[in-house]
Design a protein around this ligand. Structure first.
Ligand code: COA
Length: 153
């Protein structure tokens, strides 16, 4: 039975372990334990019998724009719609919080997000703030093949 729960600080070591190989490959941006802790309220976790099997984060940029970050599902649990449930949870959160326009995602998997209703946008539409705080930390910067998509709230 999959349950979606908000993250607690005690979840951080398991979160870091789950994402380690994708961070190494440059698929997901490395975030320090302190950065995860600072943003702990952004994260939603998928657990099966209390074991962490996936998570994502909803980061608020402004009253108009939020962003889905660090989506990961344990390889052994992929293909069971856990990733989709995590994204849908964050979209509901964005609505509840009153985000007015868009939820952004930067990804190598545009088809996964298109299935949920995200539409591709030109990368010029990405806020500069994102580029200067996150993209510069990425091992692929500045030659980035990620696709930008938005979900209209
Ligand atoms: C992307 C990821 C989170 C998907 O998790 P998942 O739980 O296996 O995906 P779901 O089972 O919820 O898939 C939902 C739908 O998307 C499809 N889908 C899943 N992975 C996909 C992919 N890589 N490309 C295209 N479609 C995909 C599924 O077939 C499913 O379609 P259906 O509704 O027609 O059956 C998982 O593969 C992962 O952790 N990947 C590595 C990290 C990563 O790339 N994260 C994205 C960073 S933005």
């Amino acid at each position: 039975m999959i349950e979606l729960v908000k993250a607690k600080l005690a979840d951080i070591p398991a979160m870091q372990e789950l994402v380690a190989s994708e961070v190494k490959e440059g698929i997901i941006l490395d975030r320090s334990e302190d950065e995860v802790a600072t943003n702990i309220r952004s994260y939603v976790l998928a657990k099966v019998n209390g074991r962490l099997v996936g998570y994502t984060a909803l980061h608020i940029h402004s009253p108009r724009l939020a962003e889905i970050r660090s989506l990961i599902v344990d390889e052994d649990y992929r293909g069971r719609h856990i990733g989709q449930k995590l994204v849908q949870f964050t979209l509901e959160e964005a609505k509840d919080l009153g985000v007015k326009e868009d939820v952004l995602v930067l990804t190598y998997l545009p088809d996964f997000f298109a299935k949920i209703g995200f539409k591709e946008i030109n990368k010029e539409g990405i806020p500069e703030h994102k580029i200067w705080t996150d993209c510069i930390k990425c091992i692929h910067f500045p030659v980035c093949n990620e696709v930008a998509l938005v979900y209209k709230i």
